[in-house]
Design a protein around this ligand. Structure first.
Ligand SMILES: C[S@@+](CC[C@H](N)C(=O)[O-])C[C@H]1O[C@@H](n2cnc3c(N)ncnc32)[C@H](O)[C@@H]1O
Length: 235
């Protein structure tokens, strides 16, 4: 299968899994770890004029009434009928952001980066860089990117690299959930800096008893992931 078909297949799987998955949205609204994320992110986004939320999944897990205008970009028009009036949806990929999406004060990506999978580990890192290059084009001068991402320790990242090629094929064939690849904190920091962002701060969000893994509720103590929030500005 060529590269184009592979990435189309992943996009379709992402769009289908998250668009059809009311259970996922319900979990985000109720799981304790997400409550903590919601509080931190709401504080950061309050008072924003123009916000681009990429990979929103129809969720918009922050105080949307405290932001003036929100554009939601995802692979599908998700949850379109029950969204507040200040949210407009656009269909597209973060890896090729529609050119009309410019002049945003802030861009928010929540649990998106681990979905930017290629067919091998090299492509995962290329997609990470590409995502930041594309986001840069959408921000105003001095604009800010806010990232919430589940990050893994270095040893787990090595393990992921070893099993990725096989796991990717198995997941693509037998699972509803799309394949994922989680980065370390340093890999995200380095990619931001390499692609023209100035890292302002990052911190680990307090995790509760439960977390989502592969889209399902999972006891936090069984996973090595940390939920991290990064804030970076255009250089
Ligand atoms: C784990 S969900 C996160 C949803 C929401 N941001 C949240 O935190 O609950 C990942 C979302 O990223 C979207 N996504 C995956 N690949 C994408 C891409 N290349 N461009 C834009 N969105 C993408 C999926 O469709 C899905 O809605």
């Amino acid at each position: 299968m060529n590269k184009e078909n592979q990435s189309e297949k992943i996009s379709k799987k992402n769009a289908k899994f998250f668009n059809d998955n009311l259970n996922y949205r319900e979990n985000v609204n109720t799981i304790d770890t997400y409550e903590n994320i919601r509080k931190e992110v709401s504080d950061i986004l309050t008072g924003t004029d123009k916000l681009l939320d990429i990979g929103h999944g129809g969720v918009f897990d922050y105080s949307t009434n405290e932001v003036n205008k929100i554009v939601g970009l995802d692979l599908e028009f998700m949850n379109n009928n029950s969204l507040p009036e200040n949210i407009r949806l656009v269909k597209g990929s973060v890896l090729k952001i529609p050119s009309q999406l410019v002049s945003f004060d802030k861009v928010f990506i929540n649990m998106l980066l681990h979905h930017l999978c290629g067919k091998n580990v090299r492509e995962n890192y290329e997609n990470l860089d590409k995502c930041f290059v594309e986001i840069k084009k959408t921000l105003k001068k001095g604009g800010e990117i806010i990232i919430v991402e589940s990050c893994v320790p270095f040893w787990f990242n090595i393990f992921e690299k070893v099993v990725y090629k096989i796991a990717y094929q198995v997941i693509l064939k037998f699972f509803n959930h799309p394949p994922v690849f989680q980065f370390t904190i340093n890999q995200i920091k380095n990619s931001l800096i390499k692609n023209g962002f100035k890292l302002e701060k990052y911190n680990i969000i307090k995790q509760g008893k439960y977390i989502l893994q592969f889209g399902y509720k999972f006891p936090t103590f069984l996973t090595p992931v940390k939920t991290v929030i990064f804030r970076a500005k255009l250089n």
